[in-house]
Ligand binder design. Structure first.
Ligand SMILES: [Zn+2]
Length: 373
């Protein structure tokens, strides 16, 4: 890994001592996991707050922002569902989030802002739990399916024009997309009621290192680095350890004073280097698998896309446990439920920190061979 010190200002906290690292892997867009044909990947890592940020020409960064305002993006459908221990069917992630957060709302009618609300699923869950709530969604462009009227308002365009205050502000998988992150956090501090809170959920790059391969994100975080950044920007942070998202950071922040940190905190192995090493190890494992049988790939997100790209697209299908995915296609091939995969088939499993437990669980339940990569 080539490192270059002192080559960038951290766009998140403003510190001037970022390290720039080359990232020589294919990049994908998270919209549909198609390979991006952009310039070589370069990532910066702040030596102060630890935030990892994408370095690219101004035009590339503007293209990223424009993508989320496009009709292509508006038309896509994201199905977030999770398997909960003891539950038979996957549950919408938005329901799990709302049920976990409803307890932080005040007794009086609360005002909730979902920043990056897409079609308003999370706010709809809140409306069921708290019919007295005022529900404001923000996204960069109009979204079909967002509820109209009643307690719901959809704000689009410039977020600086949104009127507070709010008792809860949610950023579920949206913090990585906001380039002006420091400015937004100052705005959020102004929006939040003194007793209010901000909820952030975002992939933990140490547990989902392949997220580095998403070329249309501005930022990547780990639990430690997001905590450091939030502290730098004036929030007291508490991790929500009980939430069933094993590869995400889930935290609650409240407005507080900047917390003095030990500046040597990030002097060990860098988060970016660790995540980079995971991606390289996966790439090596794919290379070592070589021409051995590979009928399918588990997953329909970034790891599966990377694996498929590195294998030259030679598998016949993808595998997903989410019933809503079955019958759809991913990168042009069909998505099967594990129960429909024949016993003689080899399915490769590339899921970062969850690879071994998931492969063991699926092997115990279904007849195909689930091979750890
Ligand atoms: Zn920083």
């Amino acid at each position: 890994m080539d490192n270059k010190a002192g080559s960038g200002i951290c766009p998140a906290c403003g510190a001037a001592n970022s390290i720039v690292r080359e990232f020589p892997f294919p990049l994908f867009r998270h919209l549909d996991f198609v390979r991006l044909d952009t310039e070589t990947g370069r990532l910066g890592e702040c030596s102060s707050c630890g935030t990892i940020f994408r370095i690219a020409k101004a035009q590339t960064l503007q293209d990223i922002d424009a993508l989320y305002r496009s009709e292509l993006y508006a038309a896509h459908e994201e199905v977030h569902a999770i398997s909960v221990p003891g539950g038979a069917d996957p549950v919408p992630a938005s329901r799990v989030q709302a049920e976990a957060l409803v307890g932080v709302l005040p007794d009086f009618p609360p005002r909730i802002l979902d920043f990056g609300c897409f079609n308003g699923r999370l706010l709809q869950e809140f409306s069921t739990l708290r019919p007295d709530a005022t529900l404001v969604g923000y996204d960069v462009a109009p979204r079909d399916g967002f509820p109209t009227g009643g307690a719901f308002t959809l704000e689009t365009g410039d977020w600086r024009d949104i009127d507070g205050p709010f008792d809860l502000i949610c950023m579920s998988h949206s913090i990585q997309y906001v380039r002006e992150i420091a400015e937004l956090m100052y705005q959020i501090r102004a929006w939040i009621n003194p007793a209010g809170a901000i909820f952030i959920q975002t992939p933990d790059i140490l547990k989902k290192p392949c997220a580095l391969l998403l070329g249309d994100l501005h930022y990547h975080f780990s639990e430690t680095t997001l905590t450091a950044l939030m502290s730098e920007l004036g929030f007291r942070v508490k991790m929500l350890q009980d939430m069933p998202f094993p590869r995400d950071v889930t935290l609650l922040g409240r407005v507080g004073d900047r917390v003095e940190r030990d500046v040597s905190e990030f002097s060990g192995v860098s988060v970016l280097e660790s995540a980079h090493n995971h991606v390289r190890a996966l790439s090596n494992a794919i290379g070592a698998h070589g021409s051995k049988p590979a009928d399918g790939i588990l997953g329909t997100t970034i790891e599966a896309a990377f694996l498929d790209e590195e294998l030259g697209g030679r598998t016949r299908f993808f595998v997903d446990e989410n019933p809503k995915r079955i019958g759809q296609t991913f990168r042009g091939r069909q998505i099967l439920h594990p129960q429909d995969v024949t016993a003689s088939s080899v399915v490769l499993v590339p899921l970062g920190s969850q690879t071994v437990p998931v492969a063991e669980r699926l092997s115990a339940k279904y007849s195909a061979s689930f091979v750890v990569l």
